[in-house]
Design a protein. Structure first.
Length: 351
């Protein structure tokens, strides 16, 4: 079972976690941003100084087969065995790709995730989903393969810009929506323009706890784990569309905009209350702005959405809500209603 550590002393907690694992050689994966901004926070650790360093280019467009091969190649050239240990220090791109490298090298080696972004902490690093993008589609190739430890330290979050905080916060909105009205009100009342990091720290671990509780009930996404897909069918379509236009968008922003679309579908198909829809949409619009799409893009977005991994037999599946904390999985919407929801999104964000 994946162990999640709320770290108040990052070096001490890394060393404790690594020493608890029986390994022969240690490897550290970073990207070009985390090697500059985050590695200095842990470089005084003697254990980290032992590690063979592997660095790949930053951002989600580099979550590719080519960079996966680079990790495999260094592991091979530097003598890694099936008893080696990989530490992933980075955001979701690093933990996704590094986790998949660990899952597949020698049929699986142990690894530790140290998320350095808020998004990574509340989403990608926890739950065991690993993977890479392929042929223009997000997370097209991957596996379920949980880290032995996820070590979360808000020390890393101070280097994030405002957009980096907002990107992670969108997943926290989602967790609140699928869990309870009390959680939602707490999330929607948090002042994102004047961040209290100690308060944010509490909200982060509450959010991680919601995800962990769901994942433990359904590790391979056969049933209730699908709750975590709220907003994501549309979000992945927005992301793939943006990549096709060579203008990538942040995952959390795509999730926020996807939540608008899928809460509208929730209202139309499952009776999600209109006042809660409007309240959540207002918060997203005020903080996240807009992803610019037109009616001319609807067909392409629908086609991309049909390619989502959550679908079966060509039917597009959505996770929707009948109320806060009341999840309806495996819901379907036809093309006409999906286009109607996209109209609602454009109206909501002022396009």
């Amino acid at each position: 079972m994946q162990q999640i550590i709320k770290s108040d002393n990052i070096i001490e907690d890394i060393e404790k976690a690594v020493r608890s694992i029986n390994y022969d050689k240690l490897y550290l994966l970073t990207d070009q941003n985390t090697v500059i901004n985050c590695y200095p926070l842990i470089e005084k650790s003697r254990i980290i100084q032992e590690a063979v360093n592997i660095s790949i280019p930053a951002d989600d467009t580099n979550k590719t087969v080519e960079n996966l091969c680079k990790v495999w190649r260094v592991l091979t050239e530097k003598g890694a065995t099936r008893h080696s240990l990989l530490i992933n220090l980075g955001g979701g791109m690093v933990t996704d790709l590094g986790g998949f490298a660990a899952a597949t090298f020698k049929r699986g080696i142990k690894y530790i995730n140290i998320p350095t972004t808020l998004l990574g902490a509340v989403d990608a690093a926890v739950g065991g989903k690993t993977g890479i993008n392929f042929e223009g589609y997000k997370n097209e190739i991957g596996s379920f393969y949980p880290a032995d430890y996820v070590i979360i330290s808000t020390d890393f979050f101070h280097s994030l810009g405002h957009k980096g905080i907002l990107s992670g916060y969108a997943e926290m909105i989602k967790h609140a929506l699928i869990h309870s009205e009390a959680d939602l009100q707490e999330i929607l009342s948090f002042p994102l323009n004047d961040i209290d990091y100690s308060r944010l720290n509490e909200l982060v671990f509450r959010s991680v706890g919601i995800k962990r509780e769901i994942v433990e009930k359904d590790p391979f996404e056969k049933n209730i784990r699908k709750a975590l897909n709220l907003g994501h069918t549309t979000a992945h379509a927005f992301e793939s569309f943006a990549i096709s236009k060579s203008s990538p968008i942040l995952h959390g922003y795509a999730v926020a905009w996807g939540i608008i679309v899928e809460l509208y579908l929730s209202h139309r198909l499952c009776g999600f209350p209109k006042d809660k829809l409007q309240e959540t949409v207002r918060f997203i619009q005020q903080n996240y702005g807009a992803f610019d799409i037109t009616c001319d893009n609807y067909e392409q977005l629908y086609e991309i959405t049909g390619h989502d991994k959550k679908n079966q037999g060509g039917i597009i599946n959505f996770t929707l809500l009948s109320d806060t904390g009341t999840v309806q999985i495996d819901q379907t919407a036809d093309k006409e209603l999906f286009f109607e929801a996209l109209d609602f999104y454009r109206d909501s964000v002022g396009l």
